[in-house]
Design a protein around this ligand. Structure first.
Ligand code: PLP
Length: 404
């Protein structure tokens, strides 16, 4: 008797924690130290959780042992609603907020609640691959619109428009973007919203990095530019507050909810089916959103995240045959390997070979649904000197690397 995985999983892929991890684990078990540059987990790179959040959670822990309201506790939902009121969504209130075990759980619920089999969702390429995986698992079809590397990785609106069909139900915007680090100018966000308006698409705005922007970049929340559209905005504590392990996120519904009554009932039912989000982590939200926003010290000139972004970008561009658009936000860089120089035809093998030789784990570009094997993603979370050393080793590896 063999238990086989469901055929529903056959088209689902999630490479950020993909098969290469097994090799990384085996190396560590054999006594090697592996530099894990695959998951955007600030805790691994010396980022502490802000003290006031931890203290609040500890204080509330004795009272956080029961189930809560399925959508989350009122005080946290109020703090989230107020955050978005301050970001140009004046009529958002507590009833528009759903808390979740990280944005990941809410993405899954939001997509499941919407799709019929065969419905299409416009998702960027490259993407944060959860969106594609969840769409596929929900019986939908992920249709990837291209982001243009030669235009700072902004979405190609013509490509997006050309891919809209009568089965398209929603468009996903990831801004600031994982993996490219792009932060979209207002006219690009408006261009996407215009297409959503014309084709009556629901908008899923994954803005988990909305506070992590560098230089003169400004984040434009999609929902604030489209009060006439149903927009679901996603955010959470994992990145801005460096507490990814708490699993604490939210989604906020805005726009003409009266046109989404049945959808919201479905979403509420899915929220009830998971009973409630982890209660102690919900108590972290009010403390986080109400307190000093220490992320800004990290992204400002001289701040640790900004310095690391600069160093990664400079060092990557020094490698012959590698070019990298400067990330304007988030925690990643997505460099290009010139196919004329590096001739990589299997980027998963490239990533595995790099791991085995240099003990550095990055993620291949095709893992982000990028159509060609000519990119990889690296984190900008390690200390600048560690990034410097790691990227030098990647450069050395590439200089002697040939795929048959
Ligand atoms: N959305 C994007 C764009 C992400 O990069 C991530 C995590 O890396 C998530 C969502 C999921 O975050 P969470 O930890 O809240 O589940």
């Amino acid at each position: 008797m063999e238990f086989r995985q469901s055929s529903k999983l056959s088209e689902v892929c999630y490479e950020i924690r993909g098969p290469v991890i097994e090799h990384a684990n085996a190396l560590e078990e054999a006594g090697h130290s592996v530099l894990r540059l695959n998951t955007g987990n600030p805790a691994l790179f010396g980022f502490e959780a802000p003290e006031e959040i931890v203290q609040d959670m500890i204080r509330m822990l004795p009272k956080a042992h029961g189930y809560t309201d399925s959508r989350g506790i009122l005080s946290a939902r109020r703090a989230v609603a107020q955050r978005y009121q301050g970001m140009g969504l004046p009529d958002v209130d507590v009833d528009d907020v759903f808390l979740g075990n990280g944005v990941s759980e809410l993405v899954s619920m939001a997509v499941q609640a919407l799709l019929e089999d065969g419905d299409e969702v416009l998702i960027p390429a490259p993407d944060f691959p959860l969106w594609t995986a969840v769409t596929t698992l929900a019986g939908g079809k992920a249709v990837h619109y291209l982001c243009d590397e030669s235009a700072d990785w902004y979405p190609d609106l013509d490509d997006m428009a050309a891919k809209i069909t009568d089965r398209t139900r929603a468009v996903v915007i990831i801004n600031p973007n994982n993996p490219t680090g792009a932060v979209y100018p207002r006219e690009i966000v408006e261009g996407i919203l215009d297409l959503a308006r014309r084709h009556q698409l629901m908008v899923f705005a994954d803005e988990i990095y909305d506070q992590i922007v560098y230089d003169e970049a400004v984040h434009h929340p999609a929902a604030s530019l489209a009060p006439d559209l149903v927009v679901l905005t996603f955010g959470g504590l994992s990145k801005t507050y460096r507490v990814a392990g708490f699993r604490s996120g939210w989604l906020v519904v805005s726009g003409p909810r009266q046109h989404a009554k049945s959808y919201l009932e479905g979403l509420t039912m899915l929220a009830s089916m998971r009973l409630c989000p982890n209660a102690p982590a919900q108590y972290a939200i009010q403390a986080a959103l109400g307190g000093r926003q220490s992320i800004h010290e990290l992204t400002a000139p001289g701040g640790r995240l900004r310095e690391q972004r600069d160093r990664a970008w400079e060092k990557l561009n020094e490698i012959p045959g590698v070019s990298c658009v400067k990330p304007k936000g988030a925690l990643y860089a997505f460099p290009r390997l010139d196919p004329k120089v590096h001739r990589i035809h299997d980027d998963e093998k490239f990533v595995l070979d790099l791991l085995l030789r240099e003990k550095i784990q990055v993620v291949q570009g095709t893992g982000f649904n990028w159509p060609r094997p000519d990119h990889f993603r690296i984190l900008t979370l390690p200390y600048a000197d560690d990034l410097d050393a790691a990227i030098s080793r990647i450069g050395r590896f590439l200089s002697g690397y040939r795929q048959q």
